[in-house]
Design a protein around this ligand. Structure first.
Ligand code: IPD
Ligand code: CA
Ligand code: CA
Length: 268
């Protein structure tokens, strides 16, 4: 692991602690998946329980900070310059289907800027961390986005809003446009890990619409600290407010921004 600020240390410890219960539940789901009973009776409160653990652990050591968390929303703190932005379980559908691709995502914002990030997949024990100005890491390894320059060689990740949700048609048009000119598109189902994979150079890029701030807060800092670019789909920096994002390396970002705009224009 690279530079560990006190805050990042605390976030890593909280993620590891919260992950224990999540891993136990996942084990149970895996067993149910292959049993005759099936997982249908499994009542999941994994999100809310994980969130409770994270908020309690982080509040113990950073008592004044506020929170923006997926399940409980805004929790105000007296310290208005810091807040944690948390998705306690990103990739719920994967989790419920016993697919080992989900994560705990914790971002720390200071004065409106992302300062520290943790994205943790407890099944693979991959701990992605970043600290503003100090790089991004996967466990002990420094991360760097991919070096691919051409769309035709690139693998791009995305997520699609459900039918009837805002942005569905447009996302399908964009998908068609991207599939036509790249080596392939992947839809793995956990936005925070999609961003972590871009930071790690596994995916060359990732775009999605209709996201919550907790889906991307930590991941976008991972990408930036791995020398990548993360913007909203107009090329601006309102990813958290708008819920759309494009993350890529420097050569691919402008190409994809243009391509997505052109593909989307056909639907509007
Ligand atoms: C979802 C995942 C998924 C993305 C959805 C998100 P959740 O988060 O990140 O990849 O496509 O838009 O809502 O519900 O599993 O926390
Ligand atoms: Ca999520
Ligand atoms: Ca979630």
């Amino acid at each position: 692991m690279g530079y560990l600020s006190p805050a990042l240390n605390v976030m890593i410890a909280a993620a590891r602690k919260a992950a224990r219960a999540l891993v136990r539940d996942f084990g149970e789901l895996e067993n149910l998946q292959v049993s005759l009973k099936g997982p249908a009776d499994f009542v999941s409160n994994a999100d809310t329980r994980t969130e409770r653990i994270l908020v309690s652990e982080l509040s113990k050591v950073r008592s004044g900070y506020g929170f923006l968390v997926e399940e409980s929303g805004v929790i105000e703190g007296p310290d208005k310059s810091h807040r944690f932005i948390i998705d306690p379980l990103d990739g719920t559908t994967n989790f419920l289907h016993a697919i080992p691709h989900f994560a705990i995502s914790i971002g720390l914002e200071r004065e409106g800027l992302m300062q520290s990030a943790v994205v943790y997949n407890p099944i693979t024990d991959e701990m992605y961390t970043a600290e503003r100005g100090h790089g991004a890491y996967l466990n002990d390894k420094r991360l760097r986005v991919s070096a691919r320059k051409n769309l035709k060689d690139s693998v791009i990740a995305t997520g699609l809003p459900f039918l009837g949700k805002e942005g569905h048609e447009r996302s399908l048009a964009e998908l068609g446009g991207v599939m036509a000119v790249t080596a392939g598109v992947r839809r793995f189902g956990a936005a925070s890990l999609d961003l972590a994979y871009v930071a790690a150079g596994r995916f060359d890029a990732y775009w999605e619409r209709g996201l919550g701030p907790w889906d991307v807060a930590a991941g976008l800092l991972l990408v930036k600290e791995a020398q990548g670019i993360a913007t909203d789909l107009d090329g601006g920096s309102k990813m958290l407010d708008r819920g759309d994002i494009l993350a890529a390396n420097e050569p691919l970002h402008p190409q994809l921004l243009k391509l997505l705009k052109e593909a989307g224009r056909k639907t509007s």
